[in-house]
Write a protein that binds this ligand. Structure first.
Ligand code: GLU
Length: 445
């Protein structure tokens, strides 16, 4: 690393010593920015690096609620408003027992760059809670969401900060959050949240968008070497929204997806994942992937949550951060995986990424390959502002166009900075330039 960049990183480490995921995300971006900083001395003069790694605002709050047995429960809520230089803070809420400030900051930092790549005029933020909706009744989830929003409401707004879903926050949670916001604000501000239900301001294709977008990104990568998804064997991890619709779109394009997973285990289905069955289990029954195996004779249940040792051509990690380590990556390389496109946020460890590089595996980081979700949230905001609802095909066409444009932007930036084909450098450089130029224009703030 260049000395100036190194100094910035050391300050981040000393200020945030117990936030490993945040440090990992910052390191990954900073280490690829050397050629960009060298080409733009004005960025150093303006303290861009020092400012970009420090969130504009971090909010931590108590979330008290009463469970079904009448007991008082207390969770911790977070909203990190990272950067508003390109638009209102935008990014999801994650409800999961692992959520702490470091996780929210890593996600918020990634979101700044991801959102810049979409070209949609959205800043970056993220939030969440260590509350885990799994195993809770609908009423418990509702009471939690109402309490969470009672504090969050004062910090958000259509032109200020627009939260959405992430792990553990789907249509049900967004509904309860929106209902409470509306009571507090005494105003039907559809644009304050995205991922809403269709009947009251949601966008068609928003649930599908992240998974669809990741597949379109992978398809664009394959096209650069004259290849396509047709006939490919694909590994998908996870079984939430992102995974489900990545499976669906990949199979529509002629691939066979042979795996899914959740925290209870993993599934190998050589006949190809049955998306209708998966949706029934996950979306209707709120079940586990073990229920999938019980109803599908071609599938086998695997103990352990990893799917990376299954031989395949392509991997689309769609579960969570650091789910692929160097050991997994080496097995994938040996088994013939030639492309990894991330549907989750930061699913590959830095050591895994090194393995991809050495093995010549094409690799697209989440901030580029999974930007379709938040991009479609921006399309939802546009529809809300215009009081319109676009057709499914209109939204998907716009989404595909945005994904191809992100893909090409990454490749062009990588080429310009002398690293052709390096999607990590391309994504970081292109997003950083966009954010940094706006910061220069808006002055020291
Ligand atoms: N949580 C998603 C992401 O990681 C979507 C955020 C949004 O739609 O605002 O990008």
């Amino acid at each position: 690393m260049d000395q100036r960049i190194e100094r910035v990183y050391e300050t981040v480490v000393s200020r945030n010593p117990v936030e490993p995921e945040f440090l990992q995300a910052v390191h990954e971006v900073l280490e690829s920015l050397e050629p960009v900083i060298a080409a733009h001395p004005e960025y150093a003069d303006q303290g861009i690096l020092e400012r970009i790694v420090e969130p504009e605002r971090q909010i931590i709050f108590r979330v008290p609620w009463v469970d079904d047995d009448g007991r008082v429960q207390v969770n911790r809520g977070f909203r990190v408003q990272f950067s508003s230089v390109l638009g209102p803070y935008k990014g999801g809420l994650r409800f999961h027992s692992s959520v702490d400030l470091g996780i929210v900051k890593f996600l918020g930092f990634e979101q700044v760059f991801k959102n810049a790549l979409t070209g949609q005029g959205i800043g970056g933020g993220k939030g969440g809670s260590d509350f885990d909706p799994h195993g809770k009744s609908d009423m418990e989830v509702m009471r939690f969401c109402q309490s969470f929003m009672t504090e969050l409401a004062r910090h958000i707004g259509e032109h200020t900060d627009v939260p959405a879903g992430d792990i553990g926050v789907g249509a049900r949670e967004i509904g309860y959050l929106f209902g409470q916001y509306k009571r507090l604000a005494n105003s039907f501000d559809a644009g304050v949240l995205t991922g809403k239900s269709l009947a009251w301001g949601g966008s068609l294709a928003r649930p599908e968008a992240t998974g669809y977008g990741t597949v379109i990104f992978a398809q664009a990568m394959l096209a650069t070497r004259g290849d396509s998804l047709e006939g490919k064997k694909v590994l998908v991890s996870g079984s939430g929204n992102v995974a489900t619709y990545a499976v669906q779109r990949a199979q529509e394009l002629g691939a066979t997806v042979v795996s899914i997973s959740d925290s209870s285990g993993a599934v190998y289905d050589p006949a190809g994942i049955d998306v209708a069955l998966l949706r029934q289990i996950k979306e209707v029954q709120r079940g586990r992937v073990s229920d999938y195996v019980a109803q599908r004779s071609s599938a086998e249940f695997r103990s352990g949550t990893k799917v990376w040792d299954i031989p395949a051509d392509i991997a689309l990690p769609c579960a969570t951060q650091n789910e692929i380590n160097d050991h997994d990556a080496s097995i994938m390389a040996r088994n013939g995986v030639t492309l990894v496109a991330e549907g989750a946020n930061m699913p590959s460890t830095p050591e895994a990424i090194d393995v991809y590089r050495k093995a010549g595996i094409m690799y697209a980081p989440g901030k580029a390959a999974n930007a379709g979700g938040v991009a479609t949230s921006a399309l939802e905001m546009q529809q809300n502002a215009a009081r319109q609802q676009w057709s499914f095909d209109t939204v998907v066409q716009k989404l595909d166009h945005i994904m191809l444009s992100i893909h090409n932007t990454c490749l062009e930036a990588a080429e310009m900075y002398g690293h052709p084909g390096d999607y990590v450098l391309g994504a970081n450089a292109a997003a950083f330039e966009k954010v940094a130029d706006a910061m220069v224009e808006q002055g020291i703030c």
